[in-house]
Design a protein around this ligand. Structure first.
Ligand code: TMP
Ligand code: ASP
Length: 333
């Protein structure tokens, strides 16, 4: 069996479909320059990840997580990890402040999404979506879906941490692809991969305690886990995704309505108009989080219902609904 050893975890391939992820007691920062072994780090990170993956599963997110094997190991679906990490920021901190010179603690009006290349040699550089697509690290569809999923995860996690008096400052997600092409949330989601501040005091509870030598790292990691485990009811709400579909007549098809507009524009003196073609658009709201499955469903709807494939083409963009449009929380019975 092949085993890959990372900075804090080992991944053992069990078969074609499954891997076993083991969390060690290692902690590291600054691309591994600073590292240490901290007792109970493995258990706390594993159990926090298990808890958060189970919560996300419950909301319908597609994740690699299958089950907990024991306190330091999870059974997960085997995926190929995409070479791009997605960071979502609600409040300025960390590399954002270092890169641009802004102070820590600025609340963003709209959560910021950043892509980073997984490339230790170049210190995981920030990358634009267009470079990531151009260099074939991800497809355009994957980039759009990764952003929509990350925004939806952010809204869920903000609410979960708010219940336990913690502020979600930022977090990092990794995505993997199954052999069938399904995009799954992968890796871990723990105090190592997010920033959490105590709501009342602003005290740091996450890996910044280690990066900044604030001490009591595992005490705070354990406290986060204990608070997560103490949540009695996970709030239920309807996650929504909005999709804009644009349907166009194929280039080879005559468009008399577009022609009429063109002639009318020419008559009225709009001489810079070279041609016009009419299309249609549809906005569809789904009561589901963004996912590969949803993307396939939209493709089917667009091809079979919204367009006539003989004469029309379509394209679509999947977006996570912003919070204010979401249906109200429904209390779990
Ligand atoms: P950053 O401010 O260092 O860019 O980190 C943003 C968030 O992403 C923070 O919560 C830590 C997390 N993160 C990781 O989990 N792994 C990484 O390699 C990096 C760079 C960040
Ligand atoms: N550079 C990242 C951090 O400081 C990851 C790492 O090197 O462990 O968290």
């Amino acid at each position: 069996m092949v085993t890959y050893s990372g900075k804090a975890k080992d991944v053992k391939v069990l078969n074609d479909k499954e891997v076993q992820i083991s969390f060690r007691d290692s902690i590291s920062a600054f691309d591994g320059i600073k590292k240490e072994e901290l007792p109970d780090k493995g258990i706390t990170s594993c159990l926090t990840s298990v808890k958060l993956f189970e919560i996300l599963d419950g909301y319908g997110f597609a994740t690699h997580y299958i089950s907990k094997i024991d306190e330091t190991q999870m059974l997960c679906k085997k995926v190929t990890i995409l070479p791009v990490e997605v960071v979502c920021r609600n409040i300025s901190a960390g590399s954002f402040c270092r890169r641009y010179g802004y102070e820590e603690g600025i609340r963003f009006e709209k959560p910021l999404i950043e892509f980073f290349v997984k490339d230790d040699e170049h210190h995981d550089p920030l990358i634009t979506e267009s470079v990531a697509v151009q260099m074939k690290l991800v497809t355009e569809n994957e980039a759009i879906l990764m952003e929509a999923i990350t925004r939806a995860v952010n809204e869920v996690l903000i609410k979960i941490f708010d219940l336990i008096s913690l502020q979600l400052v930022d977090f990092k997600l990794e995505f993997g692809k199954t052999t069938a092409g399904q995009l799954l949330l992968a890796d871990e989601i723990s105090a190592d991969t997010m920033r959490l501040w105590e709501k009342k005091t602003g005290e740091k509870k996450d890996k910044d305690r280690y990066r900044q030598d604030l001490g009591d790292v595992i005490v705070h990691y354990k406290d986060i886990l204990a608070r997560l485990n103490a949540i009695q009811k996970i709030p239920k709400y309807m996650p929504l995704s909005t999709v804009q579909v644009i349907i166009r007549l194929r280039k080879s098809v005559l468009d008399p309505a577009g022609e009429v507009i063109f002639r009318s524009l020419s008559r009225k003196g709009f001489n810079s108009v070279e041609s016009t073609r009419l299309g249609k658009s549809a906005e569809i709201v789904f009561n589901a989080v963004p996912s590969s499955e949803l993307q396939s469903e939209i493709e089917e709807i667009s091809a079979k219902i919204l367009s006539n494939p003989l004469i029309e083409d379509f394209e679509f963009k999947i977006q996570h609904h912003s919070e204010k449009n979401e249906k109200e929380y429904v209390e779990e019975e």
